[in-house]
Design a protein around this ligand. Sequence first.
Ligand SMILES: [Zn+2]
Length: 345
Amino acid sequence: MAAAKKDPFWRYDRQIRFKPIGREGQQAIARASVVVVGCGALGAVAADMLVRMGVGRTAIIDRDIVELHNLHRQPVFTERDLQEGRPKAVAAEAALKAANSEVQVEGIVEDFNYRSAVRLCRGADLIVDGTDNFETRLLINDVALEMGIPWFYGGAIGADGLVKAVVPGKTSCFRCLIEDIPDPGDTPTCETVGVIAPAPHIVASLQVSLALRALTGDELDGNLLVVNAWKPAIRSVAVPQLDGCPACVKGERRFLSGEEAGIATVLCGSKMVQVLPPGGLKMEIDLDALAAALEGLGKVSRLRFYLMFDDGSLKLMVFPDGRCLVKGTDDAARARAAVARYLGG
Ligand SMILES: [Zn+2]
């Protein structure tokens, strides 16, 4: 026991005993920096595993607040997070630091967009996709190709899931699979068809499994794993590089350049729209002054991480960087109009 106590890797003993990892693999894991983009079910499951298995630095990027309808499938979060109105990244950081105090865990409450993507991915060895929309995934694809960082796509809707590794220079990319964003209403969402917890749990497990192989030097293919969590089955489908793929063959970065970026984004899973300020983020809004300005126009609550304004039909959550979540509508134009009305711009 004395020897075991001195060994800094003792807590990972059962993982090290797994031959494809071994001590050398564990050292590589300990040196690694992984960015998890989005902390819904996929991101929460993935981040939980990455932190526990000893990844040196795990950054969790999410812009949203914990909500009641998240709790049925998203581990890490609790009813207390909900009562305190905690941002997901803050709640995840606290929970995961308690799970493993020997590694670095960083919750970042920020929107992952074309302006912030490069900065947020700097220094990362891998990126894990925990997002819920094609636009952000195409942006991850651009930034990963541009910076030469392998990333792991994951998606879960209903009981179905999809997983794919993208290793720049080695495999096909996400755009080889999906050339353009499907039109709104063309694809099911977790709001329209629901989602059961096992689906994202299986998908995130496979993403982490592939990430672990990449970290320990294993060669990956770019196959699409097609999963069903209701009548469990996994299929592996080859994804060849698309002839003339704009992203990985031609080197276009239409999503990273901002050409394809939307100012208002309808968020999956709730009647909510995110509106970004036209002048860009990091405007350092004075929430106290804003709270005073909005007094009398509706119900104003100054919470720790944001300001909540309820005009009777819509709720606006305003963050210090100028970002606004508009609750109560899935109409982007209506949300933009409300932000313009109350916040200007
Ligand atoms: Zn491609």
